[in-house]
Design a protein around this ligand. Structure first.
Ligand code: NAD
Length: 735
């Protein structure tokens, strides 16, 4: 079977139907692109065909390009990967341009065949680019369907003509939300944004597209840029209005990306340069910028982590080989901030939930939290009233342990206290069956220790959600020493049901994510103690592409929590505890009531509504800014290495068993500079030799916490890369 087939109806409309073989979603492969070209040629050459409609046999139109194809082309092209990618891109332009010109006489612009696109569901990436090459786009009015060009979100930009076509349709400014922000639009918004021309009921979609094709005139199918005298909407760069747009746009792009994302800048350059030349030359310019982005190690790193590896983890790359363990009913213990969030995401995924707390009022408040999230969704028209009833209907709030009897999974999110956790573990064991898995959402307590309270440690596991649960996409699954495969598989299947991304790590202090986040925060706080300007610390982080600096991060998570974690760590480590200088600053802050965002007072100052108003000036009374400041690179290296070395150590020690999890987990868990592909991606970009050099410099001035781990040194000696050596899930121990 081929991915595209064509059938001509009695009226002479050739319907090309996309139905990717063996996939639930249409994604474009190289072979399929060749097939569709053959069908276009046949339809254009057949005198009995009056026009073409392109549609899909799946429930959605298309998911985009198979990004693995780009990786294959690179490898296949040997010493000339850029040429291989450029030829491939230009070939795509040639095919879509053929569709767009549809056999018309290039001089008179007459005699072409109309082509309509019938978009029957969600349509993204190359799917949208194919649609944009058609002469008219019809979209179903389904409230689930979205259309857009989200490429920028994985570090590239629309390189199948979408950038040039769409910016020429609406102008650079109006195109920004779709091209620069990657926004996916619902049908009515897509129509307003001119991504589609008509929104029609699903049942009328094909007939409306066919009717248009049969009625279209020569004039209807000529694109504006193929007519004489075409001008860029909103003004080309040399036009006064266009000039203003492009000046503003480059400032905006640099402000938003801090210059670390090559794709946004390349996208803007393609639009700017393309706007000054004829359409076909503009496509060539788009292709050159596209290839330059694909060849940039940052973009390959982003594609690898945010697309290929993330998908592999979601599909169960590290799932034990046991039958499906999907969860039908989950018991959530503790209806506080985390428990309520977990109850909501589970119910929203169609799982029945028993939400249990010590008192009925607390359980009800937790259920109310789910209701509040749903109400917010209704307000912004993302959730229907019926959906709200359905989701809330799945959550039973109670104090009664008997209600947990037939749960397949329990997730406890009670107080972070081993005694309280042991009590609820025993209470659950008394009522649940031998097939039930017990998970703890602890952020700091060792799973193996907590499992001691369980009747069967093989069925005890850590499932660590991040806050806020409904927004954060990462879930860290922690294997205790005795945790069995069934428990891991159930946890993974549960996370898949929630449509979140899982990583599976072994049990060690702070597991993986917090193990790396804490040193990042600590390094920032330590610098405050040394008299480094707080603005320098925060900006250094942001200029590396971190969404929040370490001081803002500790404000968000709360300073008293930082103090609590520090004292527990100090108690556990004794003499070896290395962070006394950090604690001095944190304790001073806590003593002065500066607990962070929740207290409207932390390293930042806040107004009455809780909005940050800038760094808190009072900090200088205790920690004055030193006269001599370190340079930006030094601050950046400290902040970066504090996290990255911890990730390497976690991998070296077998806490992390797969660097793909380390990279994806870092980006989704704490916003680790996405452009780098994650800590291991960053090390591969700079190279192990350079990394060791940086470590040696930092170790000499700042101490042994920056000593290069043995694994990193080995890689510097051998010239190996992390992804080259471990990128398919190999463990450090196996190397
Ligand atoms: P919270 O204080 O908001 O909620 C805890 C809830 O547990 C309260 O409603 C309390 O009444 C209930 N509870 C206490 N003892 C109970 C018992 N014996 N039986 C039933 N219910 C009981 O706490 P939280 O922030 O939701 O954290 C819960 C857990 O999740 C902790 O282990 C915490 O470390 C972990 N966690 C928290 C975060 C975070 O950012 N807050 C992130 C990840 C993990």
């Amino acid at each position: 079977m081929t991915d595209f087939t064509m059938q001509t109806d009695d009226d002479g409309v050739a319907v090309i139907t996309w139905d990717a073989d063996g996939r639930s979603m249409n994604v474009l492969t190289r072979e399929a692109f060749a097939t569709v070209e053959g069908l276009i040629d046949t339809a254009l050459a057949d005198a009995s065909v009056k026009g073409i409609v392109i549609t899909s046999a799946k429930k959605d139109f298309a998911g985009g390009m198979d990004l693995n194809v780009l990786a294959h082309i690179r490898t296949e092209s040997g010493d000339t990967p850029a040429q291989g990618l450029f030829d491939f891109t230009m070939d795509g332009h040639r095919i879509l341009r053929k569709l767009e010109r549809a056999g018309m006489d290039p001089k008179t612009l007459k005699g072409g065949k109309p082509v309509a696109c019938a978009i029957n569901g969600t349509c993204a990436g190359i799917g949208t680019e194919i649609a944009l090459a058609c002469h008219r786009r019809f979209m179903t009015d389904s409230d689930r369907a979205k259309i857009g060009l989200p490429e920028i979100l994985v570090g590239i930009f629309p390189g199948g003509g979408g950038t040039t076509r769409y910016s020429r349709m609406v102008g650079a400014m109006a195109a920004a939300p779709v091209l620069l922000e990657g926004k996916m639009l619902a049908p009515d918004k897509a129509k307003a944004a001119q991504l589609v021309d008509e929104v029609v009921p699903a049942d009328d979609l094909l007939s409306a597209a066919k009717a248009w094709v049969l009625a279209a005139t020569d004039d209807d199918i000529v694109k504006p840029w193929d007519r004489k005298g075409w001008k860029m909407p909103g003004g080309a760069p040399y036009h006064p209005a266009g000039f203003m747009t492009f000046v503003g746009a480059s400032a905006m792009v640099n402000g938003k990306t801090q210059g670390v994302y090559p794709a946004a800048k390349a996208l803007l350059s393609a639009i700017y340069e393309g706007a000054m030349v004829p359409f076909d030359t503009a496509l060539r310019i788009e292709a050159r910028w596209f290839v330059s982005v694909l060849m940039n190690p940052r973009s390959s790193a982003m594609i690898r982590s945010l697309f290929i590896d993330k998908q592999a983890l979601e599909k169960g790359a590290n799932r034990p080989d046991v039958p499906d363990q999907s969860v039908r009913k989950v018991g959530v213990l503790g209806a506080g901030m985390m428990g309520a969030g977990i109850a909501y995401v589970a119910a929203n995924a169609g799982i029945d939930v028993v939400l249990l707390d010590r008192e009925q009022a607390a359980a009800d408040t937790g259920r109310g939290h789910a209701e509040a999230i749903l109400d917010k969704g209704i307000k912004i028209k993302k959730v229907s009233a019926a959906k709200k009833d359905e989701v809330l209907g799945r959550i039973v709030a109670t104090t009664d342990y008997d209600a947990l009897a037939d749960c397949d999974l329990i997730v406890e999110a009670v107080f972070e206290d081993p005694g309280v956790k042991a009590d609820v573990t025993r209470a659950v064991d008394a009522v649940t069956g031998s097939d039930c898995i017990f998970a703890t959402n602890t952020s700091t307590l060792p799973i193996t220790e907590l499992a001691k309270a369980s009747k069967d440690a093989a069925r005890f596991i850590g499932i660590h959600f991040f806050s806020p649960v409904d927004k954060m996409m990462l879930v860290e699954i922690i294997r205790g020493d005795a945790t069995g495969d069934m428990a891991v598989a159930r946890a993974l299947d549960f996370v898949r049901q929630l449509r979140k991304t899982p990583i599976v790590v072994n049990d060690a202090r702070f597991f993986y994510a917090n193990r790396c986040i804490i040193p990042y925060i600590n390094e920032g706080v330590r610098m405050v103690g040394e008299g480094v300007n707080p603005a320098l610390i925060e900006n250094a982080a942001k200029m590396m592409g971190f969404p929040v600096g370490p001081l803002q991060l500790v404000d968000e998570t709360s300073i008293d929590l930082g103090v609590k974690i520090a004292s527990a760590t100090r108690a556990a480590m004794g003499e070896d505890y290395p962070d006394g200088a950090v604690d001095t600053v944190l304790i001073w802050m806590a003593d002065h009531g500066r607990m962070g965002r929740k207290a409207n007072a932390g390293f930042y100052a806040y107004d009455d509504t809780g909005k940050r108003t800038g760094l808190w000036e009072g900090l200088a009374d205790q920690y004055p800014v030193a006269e001599e400041q370190p340079d930006l690179t030094n601050v950046q290296h400290r902040l970066m290495m504090a996290q990255v070395l911890e990730a390497v150590r976690a991998f070296e020690q077998g806490v992390l068993t797969d660097i793909r999890e380390g990279d994806v987990g870092a980006i989704l868990g704490w916003g680790f500079a996405p452009w780098s592909g994650g800590p291991f991606g960053w090390l591969d970009i700079i190279g192990a030799t350079r990394a060791v050099e940086i470590c040696e410099g930092l170790e000499a001035t700042h101490g042994p916490r920056f000593a290069a781990p043995a694994l990193l040194r080995e890689m510097a000696t051998s010239g190996a890369t992390f992804h080259g050596s471990f990128g398919n899930g190999q463990t450090a121990q196996a190397a």
